[in-house]
Design a protein around this ligand. Structure first.
Ligand SMILES: Cc1cc2nc3c(=O)[nH]c(=O)nc-3n(C[C@H](O)[C@H](O)[C@H](O)COP(=O)(O)O)c2cc1C
Length: 218
């Protein structure tokens, strides 16, 4: 499965089987995390036992309490930390999809119970629930390409493909509050239109756009 196929198959899953992730897959996930931590200067952590991470009232209403494991998204605090977490964390989400696992980005979780290691100067941004889903999720309701993109002049095919993949990106409360602008010199600008955790969203969206368009943005 390539990244585009993984993007098409990925949906947030909030109900999990009790099965633990097999050791071989955990090893692969840890290797991928090491690679992403180096590339993004992050401190993402695979936490085998999610424990009480999803014991919040909102989690009880929406699910996630059944997730066996969790990824804590931690990094050195800086202005672009949220966006880096989105950009590199989504690569882990798509890698998990290829391994047959399911995930859900989750801003609502118990910061004390997750058991993440947060070194001095670091910040815990968000969590990602991970495990084998009881279902595979379903496509989210989506805005149109015209609502999230702007082009001055002609619309090249690579740009449209990038926007198509960006629209399949997970965003907090499915807000899709981003705008992708193509300038006449073919440079691409990503605009954050606000909303909760919208910088994490923007990082995720950038990675999806890159995958669809074949053009690197970071
Ligand atoms: C930054 C971010 C935070 C999120 N926080 C939560 C959360 O706290 N609880 C939850 O159930 N889903 C959460 N989600 C999942 C979104 O609701 C979901 O991605 C969106 O509805 C689109 O659906 P899809 O992921 O199935 O495409 C979050 C997603 C993102 C990107």
């Amino acid at each position: 499965m390539n990244d585009i196929e993984a993007i098409r198959e990925r949906h947030s899953v909030r109900s999990y089987k009790p099965d633990k992730i097999e050791e071989e897959k955990v090893t692969l996930l840890r290797e991928k995390i090491d690679e992403l931590n180096k590339a993004g200067d992050l401190h993402l952590q695979f936490i085998s036992d999610a424990g009480g991470t999803y014991n919040k009232l909102l989690n009880k209403m929406m699910g996630l309490g059944s997730a066996p494991s969790v990824i804590a998204c931690v990094g050195k605090d800086s202005g672009d930390l949220d966006q880096r977490v989105g950009y590199y964390g989504e690569q882990l989400v798509l890698y998990a999809q290829k391994l047959g696992l399911n995930t859900c980005w989750a801003g609502t979780f118990n910061r004390e119970k997750i058991g993440a290691r947060i070194d001095s100067g670091e910040r815990l941004v968000i969590s990602i629930a991970i495990g084998y889903g009881r279902e595979t999720g379903r496509p989210h309701r989506s805005k149109d390409a015209s609502q999230v993109s702007e082009v001055s002049g002609e619309r090249p095919e690579w740009f449209d493909k990038g926007v198509e993949m960006a629209l399949l990106a997970p965003t907090a409360v499915n807000q899709q509050k981003f705008l992708i602008k193509l300038a006449p010199d073919e440079s691409v600008e990503f605009i954050d239109k606000g909303g909760i955790l919208s910088q994490v969203d923007l990082g995720i969206v950038k990675y999806h756009f890159e995958t669809g368009s074949g053009r690197k943005q970071i």
